[in-house]
Design a protein around this ligand. Structure first.
Ligand code: F6R
Length: 364
């Protein structure tokens, strides 16, 4: 049932090109985004003044990425909340708010409770869900499915990737209706979206290089992931992938915050994974890389092809192919997933069933 792969996690990472393509292609009609099942009128979409994205774990990280995407493309203010926090903080529900609940299983107790809380306040809820007919899918006012197929490994990979895609599509759909992107921009972005599956495949085929690198870090004690903006969001997911399956302590930090705390933990040989996919932030990131290297860190950089400047500062560089700046997380996550996976198997961990974790958290 693992289709020749050693673990479900590896199989599911390899299913990402297909999962992404299955999530994308039914929603792209020529140069337009059409989300038939959404059931929201253009008038409703135009009236949205605020979005809450609410989720747990990796699904929350997908929302962190998409805060930048919704705000940048559709110009709608977005707050991203952990479901377990949102429910208990007496959130402010104003008219023209949309609540988006993101969940692979559609059964996560806190996410479901947040959905009910929003509905009780008369706020429309859109579920971005993978499991068809799950509780969140049934109770939400609108549903958009991520067509990742069944995910068995506890650590999410392909479902996470489709959560990113579904939200890009939604942001673009909103932008299209609200007129915040031009037809040419939309056309270009659709072209970039269509290239993602092949680009993901290409990155997956680079796995030996990452395995080789990962083997050097199976005895690591702490690893830090740093980035700015959208790259901070992917750092959070990269850090979770590593720690949940390899049991190595890791932390994601907004690169600009380093000197307000984490930098005191950097020692000789500490691994810092720096993600820099946003051209406008290269310079700032490179100076953060220099800061940690001066303190002895070994720096792995994940950056765009063509960013040669970083070679002079980082110790080891992994390149991702060119895409729109809003979509880079779909590519940058692939080497980070592979890194977590290979460190964990190098340590002999049970990657598909990490200790203490359940695939679907149905208790509060
Ligand atoms: C991490 C992981 C979890 C889930 C979280 C939410 O690899 O899988 O953090 O993302 O438990 O689960 P869903 O998406 O089912 O609500």
């Amino acid at each position: 049932e693992k289709g020749g792969y050693e673990h479900f996690m590896l199989k599911e990472m390899y299913e990402q090109p297909k999962a992404v393509s299955d999530t994308l292609s039914p929603r792209i009609k020529g140069n337009r985004i059409v989300i038939e099942e959404l059931g929201m009128s253009d008038e409703e979409i135009r009236s949205i003044r605020k979005i809450y994205i609410i989720a747990c774990g990796s699904a929350f990280h997908s929302g962190m990425t998409n805060k930048y995407v919704f705000e940048g493309l559709a110009r709608i203010p977005v707050e991203v909340d952990l479901a377990s926090e949102f429910r208990y903080r007496d959130p402010i529900f104003e008219p023209d708010t949309l609540v988006i609940i993101v969940s692979q299983s559609g059964e996560t107790a806190d996410s479901l409770a947040a959905l009910r809380e929003a509905k009780a306040h008369g706020v429309p809820v859109l579920g971005i869900v993978n499991v068809v007919g799950s509780s969140i899918a049934r109770e939400a006012d609108h549903v958009m499915y991520t067509w990742a197929g069944p995910e068995i490994a506890v650590a999410t990979t392909k479902a996470y990737s489709t959560q990113l895609i579904a939200q890009y599509l939604l942001a673009l759909k909103f932008a299209q209706v609200r007129g915040t992107v031009t037809d040419e921009e939309l056309e270009e972005m659709i072209q970039d979206l269509k290239e993602l599956p092949d680009q993901i495949e290409m990155l997956l085929n680079n796995k030996e290089k990452i395995q080789h690198f990962a083997n050097r870090y199976i005895a690591a004690r702490d690893v830090f992931f740093i980035g700015r903006g959208i790259d901070y969001a992917i750092s959070m997911e990269g850090s979770l992938k590593l720690k949940e399956i390899s049991y190595i302590h890791s932390e994601a930090y907004a690169a600009g915050e380093l000197k307000h705390g984490t930098i005191s933990l950097i020692e000789d040989g500490t691994l810092v994974a720096a993600v820099l996919t946003q051209e406008s932030l290269y310079k700032k990131m490179i100076s953060n890389i220099e800061e940690v290297r001066t303190r002895g860190a070994f720096v792995l950089a994940v950056t765009n092809v063509g960013n040669h400047e970083v070679e002079k500062t980082a110790d080891y560089v992994i390149y991702i192919p060119k895409t729109n700046r809003y979509f880079t997380n779909s590519l940058a996550i692939i080497p980070l997933q592979l890194f977590g996976y290979y460190v964990a198997i190098g340590k002999g961990c049970d990657v598909d069933k990490p200790r203490n974790l359940a695939k679907s958290v149905t208790v509060e």
